[in-house]
Design a protein. Structure first.
Ligand SMILES: Nc1nc2c(c(=O)[nH]1)N[C@H]1C(S)=C(S)[C@@H](COP(=O)(O)O)O[C@H]1N2
Ligand SMILES: [Mo]
Length: 505
């Protein structure tokens, strides 16, 4: 029971660190809730009231203990039997994880990891117990002096250590769950208003229609996540306020209810991380719903000498955004929703910033709680003293997604496809070249808007052989993307995405 308890707590702590949505216990609990007949649910609510979730957790813990005890007894006599029993329960847990709506590869990995940890810990404890018993069973004369007591002590120490870890870790994981559960509950109750300015419909011609291309709009569960938060901040929208402070005519405070009551704008915007390498995947396109930041700033009235907005998050992170960018008419939003859902906890629930055209580190503050109107000369954001540029406009870039680098393809017409982006300017042209030959113009799909990525494709007749393929984009202002290869530090990578394709007969 100590082995299984320690492993389960380990899984929950890892979920706390990476994402509450990965929690194996939550997945199993959710599956139980979905599986039991409505009558049982009603009964549980009548008996336990608002403690129904706690009762469910206690129930899960009891079932795990009931499964763990025989696994321990079996494992003592037949190593394989104990492993098999834990493996079986691990499979049940994995099945629960895989049937959840938020099922992801990472959640499955964590469930498997938890089961493996349980098996290893059980084997470790059983071996210590066997050492102790081995010292006890023979005739007293055969026991080496002091051997038996030390084997005994080693077993009890390991057992006590595991039990202490389970108790202390369980309390910590429980506290995290508690805060995350309040935020998740609140999130599930948010009624999103109808946008005053809906997102323009996605033109049918925006899809390049190439097999293997990533979806034009990135599903929330596949959206890249980057932040410095060790544990995902759990912010209760009921107590959330956004303060506008600093160099303003008047300070403004906004509650979540105030924000939802504003006329909201919905737009597709592709956000990207400054740490995205050429060809990398730290970029995603979503439909964001929010209130234009310029309207909030207009209420506060920035003073004439201000040139930066330092946005702060609930966990103390900061980004510095040029004031002029927030006021130039682009759809910089105080976003409350992503792809038609309240923001996922990992993506900034209840409110975050989204600014078309700027890397996330200078604009996209999640769990935002304050906008301080200030000056670049007076304030530095989180990443500035850590070697990153004060300003971070997104660099025009392009990527080949199909075929995948190094993947063999059949001779004949080979269809290449991918994306290109130049946020807030738009893409005008995408070209491909093979083995450093002439640039060939690709078919460029229609953009959703200049603030999103564009898909492209090009079919090329290829005979057997090895090809180096490169892509480059030109923005709508006629600027070709920077072809010089440069690292992500200090203000974003440049260079051409280059792949190798082996064409087979
Ligand atoms: N509070 C907070 N917000 C943050 C960050 C952070 O570390 N903390 N990272 C930023 C960075 S570097 C990026 S690229 C984007 C990523 O947003 P996403 O995780 O929703 O994709 O969030 C931004 N907002
Ligand atoms: Mo980033």
């Amino acid at each position: 029971m100590v082995a299984v308890g320690s492993a389960a707590v380990l899984g929950e702590l890892l979920a706390g660190f990476f994402s509450p949505s990965l929690s194996p216990v939550t997945a199993v609990g959710g599956a139980v809730v979905d599986a039991v007949p409505p009558g049982v649910k009603d009964w549980a609510i009548t008996v336990f009231g608002t403690a129904d979730k706690a009762a469910l957790l206690v129930g899960i813990a009891l079932v795990m203990a009931l499964a763990a005890a025989p696994a321990g007894v079996l494992g003592y006599h037949k190593r394989f039997a104990g492993t098999a029993l834990i493996g079986l329960f691990g499979m049940v847990g994995l099945a629960a994880v895989l049937t959840r709506a938020q099922a992801s590869a990472n959640a499955a990995v964590l469930a498997v990891l938890t089961a493996v940890a349980a098996v290893l810990l059980l084997r470790f404890l059983v071996r210590r117990l066997q050492d102790w018993d081995a010292g006890r069973t023979p005739a007293p004369a055969a026991v080496p002096a002091g051997g038996a007591p030390s084997a005994r002590r080693r077993f009890l120490q390991a057992l006590a250590g595991g039990a202490a870890f389970t108790a202390a870790g369980g309390l910590l994981a429980g506290a995290w769950r508690g805060a995350a559960a309040i935020a998740s509950e609140a999130r599930s109750r948010v009624a999103l208003p109808v946008p005053a300015s809906p997102a323009p419909a996605i033109p049918a011609a925006a899809e390049a229609k190439v097999d293997g291309l990533q979806p034009l709009v990135t599903p929330n569960k596949d959206f890249y996540r980057i932040d410095t938060a060790l544990a995902v901040p759990a912010v209760d929208p009921a107590t959330w306020v956004l303060k506008v402070t600093g160099l303003v005519d008047r300070e403004v405070e906004l509650t979540f209810a105030d924000l939802l009551a504003k006329p909201l704008t919905e737009r597709h915007t592709t956000i990207a991380c400054v740490s995205n390498n050429v060809g990398g995947d730290l970029i995603g396109n979503a439909r964001w719903l929010g209130w234009p930041v310029r309207e909030l700033l207009a209420l506060a009235g920035p003073l004439a000498d201000a040139d930066m907005v330092l946005s702060k998050s609930a966990d103390g992170w900061t980004a510095g955004t040029p004031l002029e960018v927030l006021g130039d008419g682009r759809d910089a939003l105080l976003a409350v929703a992503m792809n038609g859902e309240p923001l996922p906890l990992e993506h900034g629930f209840p409110v975050r910033l989204v600014v078309p055209g700027l890397y996330g580190y200078v604009s996209a503050t999640k769990w935002v709680t304050e906008l301080k109107v200030t000056r670049f000369a007076d304030d530095a954001a989180y990443w500035t003293p850590r070697g990153w540029s004060e300003r971070g406009p997104i660099k025009t870039s392009s990527r080949i997604d199909v075929p995948r680098n190094g993947r063999p393809v059949k001779a004949g017409t080979v269809v290449f496809g991918g994306v290109a982006w130049a946020q807030h300017t738009g893409i005008g042209k995408v070209e491909l070249r093979l083995n450093r030959g002439p640039w060939q113009q690709a078919h460029l799909a229609e953009g959703i808007s200049v603030d999103t990525w564009y898909q492209w494709k090009l079919g090329v007749e290829l005979t057997e052989g090895q090809y180096e393929v490169q892509v480059r984009a030109t923005d709508l202002a006629g600027q070709v993307q920077d072809e010089r290869s440069r690292p992500v530090v200090p203000d974003g990578a440049t260079g051409l995405h280059t792949i190798r394709v082996d064409v087979t007969p």
